[in-house]
Design a protein around this ligand. Structure first.
Ligand SMILES: [Zn+2]
Length: 284
């Protein structure tokens, strides 16, 4: 029998094994799987996040998955790959936020939590079964999972439901209430403010002082929301969180704000910026 491994090739093989091992350990450092007691956030692109709570519950927010241009292919081509979801939140009816939410609700047999007057047309039009909709409104608080509290807060934006009526095969626009952001308090008290789509409004200061979010997910793309300079202004002047994840950029040619512009506008601030790429998981 021939030995194909010369001394040299054995050395190369060992080097390859070591390189492989170090890259696996690097990946684990970036996104340890199944870690207990930590919170994990997976960015799906635009405003879409899947958050794993310290108790292992899965929260999905604004899932624009199958239609999102920056959705990682493993999820874009197979909605079920996002895994079992325990809590589904939608901030408003624009397609890049409501996206696959009705499908996820039906797939998991869970309620879609959203602005009251967005959930109503979803159910009256037959897009969502009535028993899978939970209507609430700004300042409303729900406890949809043990130890997890969600409070709806203001977002300065708009909301319209655009839907193809299967009976006529024509597009229809339906009023869909007012958009919201969410303060999500996890089992360990960690608070995330997912701002949804929003422009500047001075009650960002009030919301921060009242709810004290640790981490803010903030739109920076401009055109429909704050641009990087306005987002930085809000964070530095009013919100002052420990950490921020910029979102709602890089998916639409009209939202031209960039991560680099945001980082430049935040220079000198002690707020920790967590820059993410679509499909990346971070832990905190
Ligand atoms: Zn929007």
């Amino acid at each position: 029998m021939k030995n194909f491994l010369s001394k040299g090739s054995l050395g190369l093989l060992l080097a390859a094994v070591l390189a492989c091992a170090s890259s696996i350990s690097g990946a684990q450092n970036a996104a340890p799987a199944g870690a207990q007691g930590k919170t994990e956030a997976l960015w799906l692109g635009q405003a879409g996040f899947r958050i794993k709570t310290p108790q292992g519950k899965m929260i999905l927010i604004d899932p624009w998955i199958t239609g999102g241009p920056k959705t990682p292919p493993m999820y874009k081509n197979d909605l079920a790959a996002i895994g079992p979801i325990d809590l589904l939140l939608v901030t408003h009816a624009h397609v890049d936020h409501i996206g696959d939410a009705p499908a996820v609700a039906k797939m998991n047999n869970i309620k879609l939590y959203g602005p009251a007057d967005m959930v109503t047309p979803l159910t009256t039009l037959g897009i969502l079964p009535a028993d899978l909709g939970h209507r609430f409104n700004k300042t409303g608080r729900v406890t949809p999972l043990p130890g997890v509290k969600v409070t709806a807060v203001q977002a300065e934006h708009s909301s319209l439901l655009v839907w193809k009526n299967p009976a006529t095969d024509k597009m229809e626009s339906h009023p869909a209430g007012e958009p919201m952001g969410y303060i999500i308090e996890l089992e360990n008290g960690f608070k995330i403010w997912h701002m949804g789509d929003t422009g500047l409004f001075s009650d960002m200061k009030f919301i921060s002082e009242h709810y004290k979010p640790d981490l803010v997910m903030i739109p920076i793309g401009g055109n429909f929301t704050m641009a990087p300079d306005d987002a930085a202004f809000a964070l530095r002047t009013w919100i002052k969180p420990k950490m921020v994840i910029p979102m709602h950029y890089n998916s639409n040619p009209m939202t031209k704000g960039t991560l680099a512009e945001f980082q430049a506008a935040m220079q000198g601030s002690n707020i920790k910026i967590i820059p993410m790429t679509e499909g990346e998981t971070v832990q905190f």
